[in-house]
Design a protein around this ligand. Structure first.
Ligand SMILES: [Zn+2]
Length: 386
């Protein structure tokens, strides 16, 4: 009996200790989970980066929102679309701090980043954007060209412009909090997207700028996908981007069509990696390849600076809309306030391809450059030099 008792006690102790181990492991997992991602009372997913810096995401709108709590006020980065989710976002912010929201930074003008600007402006916030955001319909107050810094009392936030995903991309660097917000120049759940601005080179340049900031522990915040990442993952993303760009380039130069390129084993493998393990449709891969070709691989005619500058000027459409052609940083830009900005590249002396646009859009100059025809993908619009 005594031996049975001892045996039972032993079994109980073993069971108990193993249960305790499992429980403590579970607790540890829970604690780690809490530190990583939590759902707050507003239903938003939340990740605490530091005591002053948070990333929030609404499950219905997948843009990551930055919330920085300064000494006296709050600063937001990319407060999402503004449709239906702004009040929910405001509630979530209020749970973090009751300080006033003083600034909103848009990493770029796209609606899923800037849509709630108006809502937060009404609450007293000042919107900060790169100056090319003027060529979009996003709301802005302060703009800058290359860099900008903002003293929040407990952090000096640095903003760096680079043309990559769009013409108005901003990297937001928190030196003390050791974090970089990358906007759509880094997404952990979709293809690299560099078609509306800097092409493949611009894409790699802005990643290199982000990698040069901070140290090995710097938190890297993508605009979509994970709430927070790190330099190791960003470096892998860079390497995959290089392979993506170079594979498309070599296959295109071999004469392959975008449909054939989309069937390439390496391209398919990279597509799955970029899309977080999801198999993406061939059409989606092909569309992305077409945009890559449009922004990087369309063969342009070598025209002199003088010839290109001849096209500079203001042009007016019949409906009174005014567009501008400007030569800047050895590139010819075609832009319209409140609407769009494109880089155009010559296919001939008079015909210009609009980079990154698919289906293709183009401009044809006529009458010695005194007017152009803009094919916007649907119809031809004629504008005359003012
Ligand atoms: Zn975007």
């Amino acid at each position: 009996m005594k031996y049975i008792k001892i045996f039972m006690l032993l079994i109980f102790t073993i069971l108990n200790s193993s249960c305790a181990k499992a429980a403590s492991k579970k607790d540890a997992n829970n604690t780690a989970h809490k530190e990583r991602t939590t759902i707050d009372q507003s239903g938003l997913t939340q990740q605490k980066i530091t005591n002053n810096l948070y990333v929030l995401k609404n499950p219905n709108y997948n843009t990551n929102v930055g919330v920085f709590i300064g000494k006296d006020a709050i600063l937001l980065i990319d407060p999402m679309t503004g449709n239906n989710n702004q009040k929910q976002l405001l509630n979530a912010i209020k749970q973090l701090s009751k300080k006033p929201i003083k600034y909103v930074i848009n990493t770029h003008h796209h609606m899923d980043h800037s849509g709630a600007n108006r809502f937060f402006k009404k609450l007293g916030a000042t919107i900060i954007s790169q100056e090319n955001a003027k060529y979009s319909n996003a709301l802005y107050d302060i703009t800058f060209k290359d860099s900008y810094s903002l003293d929040m009392g407990n952090e000096n936030i640095k903003l760096y412009h680079s043309t990559a995903h769009t013409f108005d991309d901003i990297l937001v660097y928190f030196e003390n909090n050791n974090a970089v917000f990358m906007g759509d120049t880094f997404m952990t759940n979709s293809f690299p997207h560099f078609y509306y601005g800097g092409g493949g080179l611009g894409h790699l340049n802005i990643i290199d700028k982000a990698l040069s900031l901070g140290n090995v522990h710097t938190v890297i915040i993508p605009a979509h996908g994970k709430l927070a990442s790190n330099k190791k993952e960003l470096s892998v993303y860079r390497e995959n981007s290089v392979q993506w760009i170079s594979s498309i380039k070599s296959l295109f130069n071999e004469g392959k069509t975008s449909e054939e390129i989309a069937e390439n084993v390496q391209i398919k493998k990279l597509s799955t990696i970029f899309n977080n393990g999801r198999n993406v449709s061939k059409q989606s891969i092909q569309r992305t390849i077409n945009k890559t070709i449009s922004v990087d691989l369309v063969v342009s005619k070598d025209l002199s600076e003088k010839t290109l500058k001849n096209y500079e000027g203001i042009y007016e459409y019949e409906n009174g809309q005014v567009d501008e052609i400007i030569y800047q940083n050895k590139k010819l830009l075609f832009r319209s306030k409140g609407k769009y900005i494109y880089e155009i590249t010559p296919l001939s002396e008079i015909k210009f391809h609009i980079k990154g646009q698919f289906p293709n859009k183009y401009l044809v100059f006529k009458n010695s450059g005194n007017e152009f025809e803009f094919f916007n993908g649907k119809k031809n619009l004629i504008a005359k030099r003012k």
